[in-house]
Design a protein around this ligand. Structure first.
Ligand SMILES: [Zn+2]
Ligand SMILES: [Zn+2]
Length: 287
């Protein structure tokens, strides 16, 4: 079984999921295609996306975090927000990967029981969400994410022309300073990157900023009337309705104003955080 699960979610837009981990997205125009993020680097992603399109494929990173750049080194052309170009060239700290692998083992161990309960009672698991075993030839102890170099940078308002399809760059800091979302206005698709998520939304990182998050998510919520769908980059609910955006923006506005109750929790690296729970998502902040 492949580490990746792929499917064409909208015409010319493929989910390239590492199910329940990271969702990368392949977006094709008539001239070329871009891969929005390259995942964890646990298995080669380039052969997987080259099987989906004959067009030349370049990488467009939504930000520089390790879980979105793992396969960058497989590609010649990489663009990222101008604030992400520097971090892309830095080595990824080994303890980050060790801690993430612990989370992966925890997820896989829990999945067996979860699958049984799902088959019996809940019926929610799909190919998008059911976590897959690590590839047989993958050695967790040898897992590295090589540094990569941007061949171009992006700024807010830039338009990426794929031929017959344009992606507009929205700089949406909050999760990280270099976070962007991509808007395909003609198709009504928004790619939410790590700014919009259907599980915990990570605002606990040293570079996270709740005020910026509130402004960015309000900007996205204002786009909702012109959208058909929001495609997200983590967890098993890979696509949500545009109506998902307003509650996220309202939650961040409330969080940045203070006074939202939180409970102690752990993030995917096992670091202590505080979590604010909302109906369809949660928000992590530093403890
Ligand atoms: Zn991130
Ligand atoms: Zn991420």
């Amino acid at each position: 079984m492949s580490w990746f699960h792929t499917r064409e979610v909208h015409p010319g837009v493929w989910l390239v999921a590492e199910p329940s981990h990271v969702n990368s997205w392949l977006v094709a125009g008539t001239e070329r295609a871009v891969l929005l993020d390259t995942g964890l680097g646990i298995a080669p992603i380039r052969p997987v996306v080259e099987a989906l399109t004959d067009l030349p494929i370049s990488v467009l990173n939504t930000h520089s975090h390790f879980d979105h750049i793992g396969g960058n080194h497989e590609f010649e052309e990489i663009v990222i927000h101008e604030l992400g170009a520097g971090p892309l060239e830095a080595d990824i700290a080994g303890d980050l990967l060790t801690d993430y692998m612990e989370y992966t083992h925890r997820l896989l161990a829990a999945a067996a029981e979860y699958r049984r309960a799902d088959a019996d009672l809940l019926h929610l698991l799909t190919g998008d969400s059911d976590p897959r075993p690590l590839p047989a030839d993958f050695d967790p102890a040898a897992w590295r994410i090589p540094a990569s170099r941007a061949t171009g940078t992006l700024a807010d308002g830039d338009r990426v022309d794929l031929g017959g399809r344009t992606l507009e760059v929205l700089h949406t800091p909050g999760h990280s300073v270099d976070s962007i979302c991509l808007l395909d206005a003609d198709a009504g698709l928004l790619f939410g990157a790590d700014t919009i998520n259907t599980g915990p939304i990570y605002a606990q990182l040293p570079e996270s900023d709740l005020g910026d998050f509130a402004a960015s998510t309000e900007r996205l919520a204002n786009l909702a009337p012109q959208l058909r769908s929001v495609l997200v980059h983590h967890f098993g609910r890979v696509e949500v309705a545009p109506s998902f955006l307003a509650p996220v923006a309202e939650a961040f506005a409330a969080m940045s104003a203070g006074g939202v109750p939180t409970t102690p929790a752990l993030d995917c690296l096992g670091r202590p955080v505080r979590e604010a729970h909302f109906e369809d998502f949660s928000i992590l902040i530093e403890s």
